[in-house]
Design a protein around this ligand. Structure first.
Ligand code: BTN
Length: 266
């Protein structure tokens, strides 16, 4: 992948996103790059893509291992005119866009594990890290970082049971530039819907169609106490609705909480 090829794919897939495009052979973290650019006044829709990260970050302070030449590491800068608590739903908007791109490119069976992991054959191929910069109580910028295991053929032992790549699942390598183009195409479309109400009202049905946890027994890993229930789907705020044993329906907010299937990762 080089900048020219990437720019070509993006131009034919989007109308306004990522016209301000940066491609780095190597960087620390594309999320950190976007934060710095945002603070220096970079425009809505700026995109940073890297071929390798030396300090890739995951959710909850984890490291995102980012080897060279095989995967997608990208971060998108947005300046939405909404409240900070509404912007967290953008993670789910991006998850939907990745799932839609995967479906279009016929990359086999994939879906969303709430709130924002993309999973193929029960293992994770994509993670999303959304961060926000505030100016007093309003949003200055949102950065949505996306890491996708595209052509990797090896995973460290400690993550091999839960992580895979698109190539490993399909048995063939695929074009990262084309995948990025299609993800941005769907993100642009779904973001326009999000901007109408600043929640998921008009996309929640599509999100739920891709949701692998739906209609499944799940274990909610809440730091205040774990519990099990039946996942009904996501509401327009992006919360997972879980029916508990006593028939109470709990609306689970992503934040510090994650879910597992009771028999495995999904
Ligand atoms: C997760 O923990 O599931 C989220 C992983 C997000 C990784 C991506 S790679 C591009 C961007 N830059 C980072 O440092 N992190 C995100």
């Amino acid at each position: 992948m080089d900048r020219e090829k990437l720019a070509g794919q993006i131009e034919k897939s989007t109308t306004w996103l990522a016209r301000n495009l940066f491609f780095y052979e190597k960087t620390g973290s594309t999320n950190d790059d976007i934060k710095q650019m945002a603070n220096e006044g970079a425009s809505n829709g700026t995109l940073v893509v890297a071929d390798r990260q030396t300090a890739g970050r995951g959710r909850r302070g984890r490291t995102w291992i980012s080897p060279k030449g095989e995967s997608v590491y990208m971060s998108l800068l947005l300046r939405p005119k909404c409240m900070p608590n509404q912007a967290s739903a953008l993670t789910l908007v991006m998850a939907l866009a990745v799932a839609e791109a995967m479906e279009e490119l016929a990359y086999g069976k994939s879906g969303i594990k709430w709130p924002n992991d993309i999973v193929m054959n029960g293992k994770k191929i994509c993670g999303i890290l959304t961060e926000m910069g505030l100016e007093q109580t309003t949003i200055d910028y949102v950065v949505i970082g996306v890491g996708i295991n595209v052509n990797q053929s090896f995973f460290d032992e400690e993550i091999a049971t839960t992580a895979t790549s698109i190539a490993l699942e399909l048995g063939k390598k695929i074009s990262r530039a084309e995948l990025i183009g299609r993800i941005l195409h769907y993100f642009e479309k779904e973001y326009a819907e999000f901007e109408k109400t600043y929640d998921l009202t008009s996309i929640v049905e599509r999100y739920n169609q891709h949701l692998l946890n739906r209609d499944r027994q799940v274990r909610v890993l809440d730091p205040k106490g774990e519990y099990e229930g039946f996942a009904l789907g996501v509401n327009s705020q992006g919360e997972l609705m879980v029916k508990c044993q006593n028939d109470e329906i709990v609306h689970v907010y992503a934040g510090e909480v994650s879910v597992r299937g009771i028999y495995g990762y999904v």
